[in-house]
Write a protein that binds this ligand. Structure first.
Ligand code: PHE
Length: 340
């Protein structure tokens, strides 16, 4: 009877070891057979029912079985632990000879490239970069720039208003008065930034970028303006590039000019890019209207200045021959990455 029970325990424990798949299975077998309420432990408790003269023999027998099973379980557990450790090490091994997965390199957006190029050229000529707010008071966007109350550009069809007083600036010229309020001449600043106008077609976007230049000092004339912009054109496009001035009108400059570049694609002979004229429109400029200087507290009998404003998208389109401005905003990586 007792012998049968012992046999059952030995067989049960050995087959548990045989069927175990991991160290945890062995741990469970340990509890099941040798634990506090394990099968063998329970059997040991029955020892008190054994007649006194048989007790030593049965006791020894049970202890031997216990030692034997304990040793078998420990061996199996150690074996599993070793195998699991080896497997983990194998799984965690890095194959340093494996070739890497291809990753794309990032690139600057063509507008950023062109903006940086333009800014760097002017920095080289001693200009300082200034920032201004995109949400602007109408005073800075219009009034301080000598733009009359009834000027059509103030109309809500041409300007995004935020309430009655504030608007999204329509031109980086709005930074001029901010700078002149804070800084006394000589002033030589460049202001790149976003501007907003309610236009949307192949050559206009409701948000676009401008770069404003303002120079205020004694004895400045239109030939200083021509010298600076002529130098810029040569550096930005090619050493052969020439500029041409055409009369224009802006309330904040007098006289005002439109500055054209000789077409880099055809060298001035006339082509598709310049629409046969040999010239490309690039920017607006002029001699700062004395009324603008006075409005910002600068003595216009002592100082004069020149200003210019160019579209960054326009400059990029001219430089790279991009036919449609929307290509710059569609964010098609295949298109954009060719400018790297
Ligand atoms: N602000 C003008 C525009 O947006 C450009 C300009 C700037 C003209 C400075 C003259 C002087 O069209």
């Amino acid at each position: 009877m007792l012998d049968d029970k012992i046999r059952q325990i030995i067989d049960g424990c050995k087959s548990a070891i045989e069927w175990a798949k991991c160290a945890r299975d062995i741990g469970e077998a340990k509890v099941k057979f040798l634990g506090k309420s394990g099968a063998l432990t329970l059997l040991l408790k029955e020892l008190k029912n054994v007649p006194p003269d048989e007790k030593p023999i049965v006791g020894k027998r049970l202890n031997d079985v216990r030692a034997e099973l304990e040793a078998a379980l420990e061996r199996a557990e150690a074996e599993f632990a070793k195998r699991e450790r080896e497997e983990r090490i194998k799984a965690e091994t890095l194959d340093v000879t494996l070739s890497k997965r291809a990753t794309g390199y990032g690139a600057l957006h063509p507008l950023t490239i062109v903006k940086n190029d333009i800014v760097n050229i002017f920095i080289g000529m001693g200009f300082e970069v200034k920032d201004g707010p995109e949400i602007e008071h109408k005073y800075y966007n219009f009034t301080a720039l000598n733009i009359p109350e009834d000027h059509p550009s103030r109309d809500s069809a041409d300007t995004f208003y935020i309430g009655d007083e504030m608007l999204l600036r329509t031109q980086t010229s709005a930074v001029q008065a901010h700078v002149m309020e804070q800084q006394k001449p000589p002033i030589r600043i460049l202001c790149p930034g976003k501007v907003y106008r309610p236009d949307d077609d192949a050559t206009h976007s409701p948000m676009f970028h401008q770069i404003e230049g303002l120079v205020v000092d004694e004895h400045l004339t239109i030939s200083d303006l021509m010298g600076v912009l002529g130098e810029f054109a040569k550096k930005f496009f090619s050493p052969e590039t020439k500029i041409r001035l055409r009369p224009s009108y802006f309330p904040f400059t007098e006289p005002s000019v439109e500055v054209d570049l000789s077409c880099a694609m055809c060298g001035g002979k006339g082509c598709r890019l310049c629409k046969g004229t040999g010239w490309l429109e690039l920017l607006g400029a002029g001699i700062v209207n004395p009324a603008v200087l006075e409005c910002s507290g600068i003595d216009s009998t002592k100082y004069s200045g020149f200003a210019f404003g160019m579209g960054v998208e326009r400059a990029a389109m001219v430089k790279y021959g991009i036919p449609d401005m929307r290509l710059l905003f569609d964010n098609d990586i295949r298109y954009l990455k060719q400018f790297r």
